[in-house]
Design a binder for this molecule. Structure first.
Ligand code: PAF
Length: 283
């Protein structure tokens, strides 16, 4: 049996108030739907981290840069409900837009520092949209824990920062990226790849893995990154939007992986923008 879908904040609050009265802890998994195994891994982690689990599904217009991208974003609520059924989550909250952005909504949550550069440089306003909706979802669900995938590594840092800065009593938990057998990071956007593009898509992760190995074993960073860029393009991608080495904590740009580091990339394939990131293991 699938979990009933709550559309209204008052219904959600009535439910969480009951749980709280009983002394139960609450976890939230914020999503925009089009659920895949990556999201389900977050649900699994949430189930083992709290007494009650809420999955939110809301395609947040404020975080899209183009009307076309928003219109094309997959909306698969019935399938999502079916995928969630085996997990018996305690609530699916798929609010109507007015429950998130009531008429006259005039507040913007903007996180500086970690939101700058990388995706922030190429998607103006994106992280303000994410930070604003995530803040609302934290406050609406009053969750003790919230689960996010490391695939969106910069987003994870933005969310951690806002929770700390705004004293929101939620523990933000990052979970490892889930990949296809050929290395492609799971993403709701993957379903939009043509079969030809899907066959080329793993070139991004393959090039990043090779670069990460080389950087970890002391190769010249400029050369390793230039070779990775070339490999991504040779693999069939049309453009590498960015491929950068950053500090894992705080995302400061790094000339070399002289502290815990990540390699982060965004690249375009078949008109679809794919992102990925990988940890650098120093030798
Ligand atoms: O990662 C996502 O799916 C979205 O950015 C999130 C965190 C649900 C906010 O809309």
């Amino acid at each position: 049996m699938s979990t009933p879908i709550l559309r209204r904040l008052d219904a959600l609050r009535a439910l969480t108030a009951q749980w709280r009265k009983g002394g139960e802890t609450v976890a939230v998994v914020p999503t925009m739907g089009a659920l895949h195994e990556g999201h389900l891994s977050l649900v699994r982690a949430a189930k083992s981290g709290a007494d009650r689990v809420i999955v939110t599904i809301f395609v947040n217009p404020k975080q899209f840069n183009s009307a076309e991208d928003l219109a094309n974003y997959p909306r698969t609520e019935e399938q999502d409900a079916r995928k969630l059924a085996p997990f018996a989550v305690d609530a699916v909250y798929a609010p109507t837009p007015d429950q998130i952005y009531p008429e006259g909504f005039a507040t913007n949550v903007s996180v500086s520092g970690v939101s700058e550069g990388l995706c922030g440089a190429h998607r103006p306003g994106h992280f303000d949209g994410v930070a604003t909706v995530v803040t609302k979802l934290f406050l609406q669900t009053s969750a003790d824990r919230a689960y996010f995938g490391e695939k969106d590594f910069q987003q994870l840092q933005v969310v951690k920062r806002l929770a700390r800065d705004l004293d929101i009593a939620v523990e933000v938990v990052g979970c490892p990226t889930v990949r296809e057998a050929d290395g492609l990071a799971l993403s709701s956007r993957n379903v939009r790849l043509s079969p030809e593009a899907r066959a080329k898509a793993p070139a991004l992760h393959a090039a990043m893995t090779r670069a990460a190995e080389r950087l970890g074993s002391g190769a010249d960073p400029e050369t390793a990154l230039a070779e990775a860029r070339a490999a991504i393009l040779e693999g069939g991608y049309a453009e590498v939007e960015y491929l950068e080495l950053r500090a894992e904590d705080g995302l400061a740009p790094l000339a070399a992986p002289d502290r815990p580091a990540r390699l982060l990339a965004a690249a375009w394939l078949d008109g679809i923008r794919l992102i990925d990131n990988i940890q650098i293991q120093p030798a």
